[in-house]
Each structure stands twice: as structure tokens, then as C-alpha cells.
Design a protein around this ligand. Structure first.
Ligand SMILES: *Cc1c(COP(=O)(O)O)cnc(C)c1O
Length: 485
């Protein structure tokens, strides 16, 4: 407990501020007989909770919030994770009582508005990605992957192709790809990338046979690069009866420009909590809808909303893999995504992607002056540099990331993708201004200078943050959530 920051700043914990008898609320006098719902054996006379005034509590939590960094405070260039600004109108919409005060077990006739929203969101997502059908069930990207892979499997088994058991996954893939394939009972085969950052076609060729379930491809991939042989790849995989799975966690480069469904993908998940501007981090809530072509649509999980002459109804697809989640999925996340898409419209979505790609390329052009760029190509919505300088091998990407905190910036993703040495993966998103990008690039330039002149300042960074460098494994594994005296 002693390590906690507000303690360090000589600020007492709530328990230590407690004064007997101090309260933060007033309740009206009881004007009914107290009910005896619980037996006295369940009641405690002494409940050791802090006794505080309202202002104590407010100040405590506002102070905590000020120790935090979020996308409402500044750029959050976390490659692959798309931390973009979330318009507040999304929140307003998702708090409307008509959405928050309904229950998924209500008679569909009484929740037609919510079902209409889900129906249109299904249509919007299918339209944006070029697919025929959508399910809004999965709760996150990884959950969408599992759903998509199980859908592919069921389609193939339905055709009698029971021998297929191998999923091909490029080495640049997000870790959830092999995980969700393995959880679906498949053998994962890693395909290396070539020196331009594309899938290595020769390596792919050697793995292609009738045991292939499919290829899971993130395109643009996690290097921020659009695969230059996409058409060939698709033909090769389809040629052996395999399916193309698209990891669409990040559609930020493609909206209104290219549709994966038209590029040969068969099924794909989307992360509403990345591309479609829903706040995320800290574990959720998220939403990972899955979109699919006509031939895979009958296998998707349900219920899916359908429109009939008599209104909206719930429908389980004919050969569905079943439920992957209770009820409607993360409904209020769906409301936010629907609001975001409706506010932008087709033109706005296209501009969003254009600006995301423009911002990433602008920033790449500045950052590559100081930091090594392993794949010097036009990037899509993100790019990856090496966070280590040839002449200063002692300074690592982690030091650079931590030093950025001192300059007031959230660090980029680091040590992913695994195929780039000392990776710093930067995704500025479309919501940052040129001034912010310039300032971020300047900080990275200064840090390169410091690496050469004063490496110690990087090794011991951050210096200005509420917390110094953490043991990240311990922080994740041995989290202390309970106050102990
Ligand atoms: C974020 C991400 C995922 C996983 O999404 P979650 O919602 O975190 O499960 C999968 N693939 C890629 C490329 C991602 O960026």
C-alpha cells in the first residue's frame, strides 16, 4: 500500500481521512416501519467503511482521475489499438432512457426501436465492409475471431470437409489470431513475412493443401502495410478450398475506400471499440461484430435482427453455430457505433480513413528522420519504427516509450509486432491535428538526441509521472485491489 502515489504525495487514503460520524448524505426520516427482511445473524453492527464528507469523496476521486492519462487529455498513439477521440454525442445517445431502461427479455414488440437500431447497424457494417450478413453478438475482437473461425469450420463440416484442421497465420498477426484458432481446435501454422512486409508467397505455397481451413489475414497488417499480393493470396487459398478470414479489428484505413468483402475475404470481425469510436481500455466493454458472405451467413451465431412486414423480429440463422453470448451483445456499445456511423455518413467515413492514412504518413515522414524505419513504404493508418538507434544499442524501445511520458505523451505500442526489432508501433488516428503530430515527432527527435548525450535519463524515465517505472508483470499479476491496514 505504501507505494501508492497519492500516499507518496502525502495525501491520505480514504480510510485515513475517516472521521467517526462524518457523512456525505442525508436521508429523509423513515416514515414506514423498518422491514425485517434479513435476520439479525446477517447484520453487522460494525462495518469498517471510511466516514467522509461529500467534498472529501469528490476530491479523492477527482484527484485519482487526474493521475490518469486518456484520449481526452492528449494523443494516445497506440498502434493496432486505435485510441481515437470518441465524440461525446455517442455517449449522449447511449444514455437515452429508451436504450438504458429496456430489458432483453422484453416482448420484441416493445423494443422495436432498439431492434431497428441493431438492424441498421448490421446493414451499415455489412455495407462498409462489402459483406452480405452481420451478427452483433461477439463482445470483443478476439471473441469475434473465435466466432468467425467456428463459423468457417461449421461451413466446411457441413460440406463434408471434415479433414480440414489447419489455420495459416502470418507472423505479423495479432496474438489473438493464433489463440482463437487454437481455441477452435485447429492447428496453427505460422507463415513468415517477406522483406517488404507482405505474406511470403513461397512459404504460403508450401502449406497449401486440402487440410487448410483458411488464412487469417490482417490487411493492412500490423506493420501498417497493405499486402501487395492480396489478389494472388486470395486465389491461392481459395484454390485449395480454404477460406479467407479478415481480421478487421482496425478498419481505419479502409472505410469508404476498399471493401474486404469485395477483395475476396469470406468472413471478418470488426472492433466497434476501435474503428467505430467506442471508448475502450481497462478491459471493456467492447463489441466485435462478425460480417460474412452469403455462403457463410447461414452459420453465423444469432439471434440476428430481421425486418418483416410486421416489424423487426429475432432470427436464428438456419445452420447457426448457436449463441456465442447472452442476449443482444453489448447493446450500448452498438448504440455508440450506430451514432458514430450515422453522424459521419458515407462521406464522413471516407474522410475519416483518408485523414487517418494522411496523418500516419505525415508522422512517419517526420519520425523516420531519426528512428530506423524497417519497411520504408507508404503506410496505411499506422507504421512501425525501431525504437533503438544503431549507435546507441544500450537504449531500448521501452526507454523511449517511458521517456515520452515525461514529454506528456502516451507511449505507442511497443515490442509488437514481434517481427520488428525493438518495435514502436505508432497510430496517430485521424482525430489529431498537425500541431499535435509535430509536437509528438519533436519529442521523439529530442529523445533520440538524449539517447546519444544522456542515456541515463532514458533508462530511469519516467521522471515526471505520478509513478516511476513499474514492474509491469508484477503490476498485472499481483494487483492489490483491497485496502489493508
Ligand atoms: C485489438 C486487436 C484484436 C483483438 O481485439 P480485442 O477486442 O482486444 O479482443 C485483434 N486483432 C487486431 C489486429 C487488433 O488490433
Amino acid at each position: 500500500m505504501k507505494e501508492w502515489i497519492w500516499k507518496k504525495k502525502e495525501e491520505p487514503l480514504l480510510y485515513e481521512m475517516s472521521v467517526p460520524g462524518r457523512t456525505a448524505y442525508t436521508l429523509p426520516e423513515l416514515d414506514v416501519e423498518p422491514s425485517e427482511m434479513l435476520g439479525s445473524e446477517y447484520l453487522r453492527d460494525d462495518l469498517p467503511l471510511p466516514e467522509l464528507s461529500e467534498v472529501d469523496v469528490v476530491r479523492h476521486y477527482v484527484h485519482l482521475s487526474q493521475l490518469n492519462y486518456g484520449v481526452d487529455l492528449g494523443i494516445y498513439p497506440l498502434g493496432s489499438c486505435t485510441m481515437k477521440y470518441n465524440p461525446k454525442v455517442n455517449e449522449v445517445a447511449s444514455r437515452l432512457p429508451g436504450f438504458t431502461e429496456i430489458h432483453p427479455l422484453q416482448d420484441p414488440e416493445t423494443v422495436q426501436g432498439a431492434m431497428e437500431l441493431m438492424y441498421y447497424l448490421q446493414r451499415y457494417l455489412a455495407e462498409i465492409t462489402g459483406f452480405d450478413a452481420a451478427t452483433l453478438q461477439p463482445s470483443a475482437g478476439a471473441h469475434g475471431e473465435l466466432t468467425g473461425v467456428l463459423t468457417m469450420r461449421k461451413y466446411q463440416i457441413d460440406r463434408g470437409e471434415t479433414q480440414r484442421n489447419k489455420m495459416l497465420i502470418p507472423d505479423s498477426a495479432h496474438g489473438t489470431n493464433p489463440a482463437s484458432s487454437a481455441m477452435s481446435g485447429l492447428i496453427v501454422v505460422e507463415i513468415p513475412s517477406d522483406e517488404r512486409g507482405n505474406v511470403d508467397l513461397e512459404a504460403l505455397e508450401t502449406e497449401l493443401d486440402d487440410t487448410v481451413v483458411g488464412l487469417m489475414l490482417t490487411n493492412p497488417n500490423t506493420l501498417g502495410l497493405f499486402d501487395e499480393h492480396l489478389e494472388e493470396l486470395v486465389e491461392m487459398v481459395h484454390g485449395v478450398g480454404g477460406l479467407m478470414y479478415g481480421d478487421g479489428a482496425n478498419m481505419n484505413a479502409l472505410m469508404g475506400i476498399a471493401k474486404p468483402g469485395e477483395l475476396g475475404f469470406d468472413v471478418m470481425h470488426l472492433n466497434l471499440h476501435k474503428t467505430f469510436s467506442t471508448p475502450h481500455g481497462g478491459g471493456g466493454p467492447g463489441s466485435g461484430p462478425v460480417v460474412a458472405t452469403e455462403k457463410l451467413a447461414p452459420f453465423l451465431p444469432g439471434p440476428i435482427v430481421e425486418r418483416t412486414d410486421d416489424g423487426y423480429i429475432w432470427k436464428m440463422p438456419e445452420k447457426s453455430i448457436g449463441h456465442v453470448r447472452s442476449f443482444w451483445g453489448n447493446f450500448l456499445v452498438l448504440v455508440k457505433a450506430f451514432t458514430y456511423i450515422s453522424m459521419l455518413g458515407p462521406e464522413g467515413l471516407r474522410q475519416t480513413s483518408e485523414h487517418a492514412v494522411l496523418n500516419a504518413n505525415y508522422l512517419q515522414s517526420l519520425v523516420k528522420k531519426t528512428w530506423p524505419l524497417p519497411h520504408d513504404r507508404i503506410c496505411m493508418h499506422e507504421f512501425v519504427v525501431e525504437g533503438q538507434l544503431k549507435d546507441v544499442p544500450d537504449v531500448h524501445a521501452l526507454d523511449v516509450a517511458k521517456r515520452l511520458i515525461d514529454y506528456g505523451f502516451h507511449p505507442p505500442t511497443n515490442y509488437f509486432p514481434l517481427i520488428v526489432h525493438e518495435a514502436l508501433m505508432i497510430e496517430p488516428t485521424e482525430t489529431e491535428s498537425k500541431e499535435t503530430l509535430d509536437a509528438f515527432a519533436e519529442a521523439l527527435e529530442k529523445i533520440a538526441e538524449e539517447a546519444r548525450t544522456d542515456p541515463e535519463v532514458l533508462h530511469s524515465a519516467p521522471h515526471n509521472a505520478p509513478m516511476r517505472r513499474l514492474d509491469e508483470v508484477k503490476a498485472a499479476r499481483d494487483l492489490i485491489l483491497r485496502y489493508e491496514h
